[in-house]
Design a protein around this ligand. Structure first.
Ligand SMILES: Cc1cc2nc3c(=O)[nH]c(=O)nc-3n(C[C@H](O)[C@H](O)[C@H](O)COP(=O)(O)OP(=O)(O)OC[C@H]3O[C@@H](n4cnc5c(N)ncnc54)[C@H](O)[C@@H]3O)c2cc1C
Length: 369
């Protein structure tokens, strides 16, 4: 098929790559340059944290998240073959901590987690100071109790986006950078006062699709990327914080991402002073080595979310919309992508996928109903 994809962020790139592998002809449109600085995908910390998310989300996020975690290694293996880039992926668990004053929030988190996923209690391990010392020695200097979530992980989103770009370009796709898409309809993508006609138009514009998806909302998030050679955390750390779910995700070469604020606002303004101070003081409170860290980036963007905070794949003749990945884009995209591909091939296997009536599709009607 001749397929047009509007939005080359996380899910748009993943779909483009896999559809190229299946022999389809792909044309991508994005208002941004290929580096993806305007996408939520670029801003994210790329935590793969089904357990931590289970406390605040529907059980489906946990189940799809675990399914996706199992799919990432094979996907990244194929991506290395196609791009020659070995994307950083780490799956050795994460550690949840709280300062002494916030100890009750850690106890509460543990209780809620066991209540949410009682059948997976074996993967939730309380740690005393000695076992924390063995697992993450530098964390034990500041914390005396923690919880180890042995199945969680993280990946490097910068490397993933770059590897996907390389693989897509090598496979011969056309990529229109700096192209504003105003509308995606069955078999048509409207961009820069032109219309691109295709057999299937896929809308993966994330929050940028809001004008066509009335029930989509943006949830603002802010992160800092720092270089901290004096810190040697090996796993993602989640810090219980009275206002946010804060985590520190280690990447290669002493780079750490600290995030993320979660604010019910659709503002795309740069990070606020308040958020920046809160993130930096939370970071410093885990390890004095962060005092000398250099701030590499301060990003803000909006997570695309529907009211139920669940992802959706909607398909009809000539049109597919994939959206609502919210704070779970990296956690869920392998499963969401697999379901979108199955739907394109005429198989619907999952409740993520809905058939929609493209003719009656209107921007004021929820297609999920
Ligand atoms: C601060 C923050 C932290 C996060 N942390 C995590 C995390 O730790 N783990 C996790 O799993 N998820 C995380 N996420 C969520 C994850 O980033 C998103 O779920 C995911 O990026 C959504 O993918 P998407 O492809 O739908 O949208 P995006 O990645 O935003 O991609 C959309 C693309 O469409 C383009 N576009 C938009 N409008 C137009 C238009 N009109 N014309 C042309 N192009 C357009 C954009 O430029 C962009 O390239 C985080 C998000 C944020 C903001």
């Amino acid at each position: 098929m001749n397929i047009g994809i509007a939005g080359a962020g996380l899910i748009g790139r993943l779909l483009a790559w896999q559809l190229l592998r299946r022999g389809h002809k792909i044309t991508l449109f994005d208002r941004d340059a290929a580096a993806g600085e305007l996408s939520a995908a670029r801003v994210a910390a790329a935590m793969l944290a089904p357990y931590s998310e289970a406390v605040h989300s529907e059980r489906a996020i946990f189940d799809w998240g675990r399914e996706s975690l199992a799919l990432w290694p094979a996907l990244l293996h194929d991506l290395k073959i196609d791009s020659d880039i070995d994307v950083f992926f780490q799956h050795q668990g994460s550690v949840v901590v709280a300062h002494a004053n916030d100890r009750s929030s850690l106890d509460h988190f543990n209780k809620c987690l066991l209540h949410a996923v009682p059948d997976f209690s074996d993967s939730i391990q309380p740690l005393d100071k000695n076992s924390l010392q063995e697992l993450e020695p530098e964390l034990a200097e500041r914390f005396s109790a923690a919880t180890f979530l042995r199945e969680e992980g993280t990946l490097d989103n910068r490397e993933l986006l770059l590897a996907l770009e390389q693989a897509i370009r090598c496979a011969g796709a056309l990529w229109y950078e700096g192209s504003e898409v105003t509308k995606v309809d069955a078999g048509a993508i409207y961009f820069d006062n032109e219309i691109f006609h295709c057999d299937l138009a896929i809308d993966t514009r994330g929050f940028g699709a809001k004008k066509q998806l009335a029930d989509l909302r943006g949830v603002r998030g802010e992160v800092l990327w720092v270089h901290a050679p004096e810190v040697h955390f090996t796993r993602p750390i989640r810090l219980m914080h009275p206002r946010y779910q804060l985590y520190i995700a280690p990447k290669r070469d002493s780079v750490y991402v600290i995030g993320a604020t979660e604010i019910e606002s659709e503002s795309l303004a740069p990070i606020s002073v308040r958020s920046s101070l809160e993130l930096q003081s939370a970071l410093y409170s885990t390890h004095t080595g962060f005092a000398e860290a250099n701030v590499l980036h301060a990003y803000a963007n909006c997570r695309p979310a529907f009211m139920d905070n669940l992802p959706r794949v909607e398909i009809s003749d000539g049109l597919m919309r994939v959206n609502g990945l919210f704070r779970h884009g990296y956690l869920l995209s392998p499963v969401v992508m697999a379901q979108a591909l199955a739907a394109i091939e005429g198989r619907v296997e999952h409740s993520i996928v809905k058939y929609i009536d493209a003719v009656n599709y209107s921007s004021t009607k929820s297609v999920c109903a």
